[in-house]
Write a protein that binds this ligand. Structure first.
Ligand SMILES: [Zn+2]
Length: 127
């Protein structure tokens, strides 16, 4: 949900959680009411020694929920160790973003290599 706080919408400076300027003073900022997810990561990624694998745990409880590991094609994927229960949207979104971040460099390298080799459309069967 978008931030519906009037003070924020009008761009009035915040001091100690209160919007204040010459006209508008003492208006408590209510943006917290409109933010669904805290900014802080609720998952932890713990590197596993001697591998490129990252163990995924819940930041609060330490519960192991899965592993991000590099598949044979070089891209990181999720191995969901915890196969029971349910997964909320923030969890999937956060893991998705983490995978994108981990795979970015490799995807860019593949693009560069393909360009150097003339691309996927280079038809060598007719030559
Ligand atoms: Zn506000």
């Amino acid at each position: 949900m978008n931030n519906q706080c009037d003070g924020c919408i009008r761009g009035i400076p915040v001091v100690n959680g209160v919007h204040r300027d010459a006209q508008y003073f003492g208006m408590v900022c209510s943006k917290e009411r409109y933010t669904e997810e805290p900014k802080m990561s609720r998952l932890q990624y713990i590197p596993q020694e001697g591998t490129s694998t990252l163990q995924v745990t819940m930041a609060g409880s330490g519960l192991v929920v899965g592993e991000l590991y590099r598949e044979v094609d070089g891209f990181y994927v999720l191995d969901l160790i915890r196969k029971q229960g349910y997964l909320p949207s923030w969890y999937l979104l956060e893991l998705g973003h983490k995978l994108e971040e981990l795979n970015k460099e490799w995807a860019e390298q593949i693009d560069r290599d393909l360009k150097r080799l003339g691309g996927l459309n280079n038809d060598s069967t007719t030559t």
